[in-house]
Design a protein around this ligand. Sequence first.
Ligand SMILES: [Zn+2]
Length: 477
Amino acid sequence: MMRTASVIACIAVVLLSGCGSAAPPPSAPPPATPTDQAAFRDLYKELVETNTSASAGDCTLAAQRMAARLKKAGYPDGDLNVFVPPDHPKDGGLIATLHGTDPASKPILLLAHIDVVEAKQEDWGRDPFKLVEENGYFTARGAVDDKSMAAIWVDSLIRYRAENFRPKHDIKIALTCGEEGGAQVNGAEWLVKNHRDWIDAAFALNEGAAGTLDEQNNRVSLDIQAGEKVYQNFTLRTTDPGGHSSRPGPFNAIGALGGALARISAFNFPTQVNDVTRASFERRGALTPGPMGQAMKALAANPNDAAAAATLSADPVFNATLRTTCVPTQIQGGHARNALPQQAEANVNCRIFPGTPGADVQKTLTDVINDPKITIQPVEPFTSAAPVPPLSDTILRPATEVAAKMWPGVPLIPTQSTGATDGRYLNEGGIPTYGLSGRFYRTGDDHTHGLNERILARSLYESRDYLYEVTKLYANS
Ligand SMILES: [Zn+2]
């Protein structure tokens, strides 16, 4: 009850302050009040303190707790779908819907994963599933990845309901388990394969992008992610009858495999540029001093500028942005110190440029290896080679408008991720998915997946205001 009262009180303040202007700007963020933030903080705390790691956690419980909050805020049971994949009682998730006024227009989907990376009490020196607020930070496992966003989505739905906000499009949130790997069922993948209709949407917002702070915590830029590279492993294997190591022949399984891996390591896939990376280099180039900035601007102007590509390729992140990469990550072989190896095997991990078929990468690797005694097989079935989602005005304008109001002068920069999130399943499933958070941090300061994962309290609250506001614009567009 206390919570509901404080939310309503806050909204009253927002409405009153908004009433003063003849045409209230739709993208003006509401002034955050301490009581309003306290309600959100309480929700965020509950979600973070619900252990959802694969070993000891329970995503279904977290989903139920968030559903209970939405029910208390007035959402009927029919709009709260706690789903549980068969035979995985703890890997559940939640889909909740705020209905729009136009049934003909497609919903906007807000995706966040609620599972977290393992965290051990003995490593942390305290309970990693207790939210600690100190020195301006919230610290706990999942404080950022991705419970900050999950809590913001639930909180936004509660606020919209309290305001009686009736957007044109339905707003759906999907909180899912299993993004971090391990034994949990991946909820986003499961939904796309089994209940695509539950999450059908014009487009989705997801994790995958943030803003950058400099060393003094000044805002430098805000990223919007459109497109991700595709994760694909290949097994390289070679076999041999083997024998006594004192009588080696011309062929050696480990030697042959080593040669193949050396050729792969020395090989660079050709550079590729698409709309997203081109825009990214153009805008980032304007912020980057020296030869790197020059190279970014040159490549944006001419994607065939080989010298610019070479300069950028010296940086591992930009190199990964410019091409498919494939690297050996594991190796094993032989069975005794004094025996010729009967087999040798390696894993090669590829990050495939969006839109490139996995079979093409396999063919390139086969050509580079150039040794018929070495087989190369995909570990996972190839995924569809989805191109990057379009950077349309519908997507960019609201994100830019709200950012300009909250952080004047901070540019919005499109990015293509070198890693992958659950966005890949949605993009493959035909739902264009964008990473957008409005969360700013200093590079490396968030410690996601590591010890003392943390988020600046200021950044969390700003992210909440940004996403609340930008979703409103999308839902009425
Ligand atoms: Zn993660």
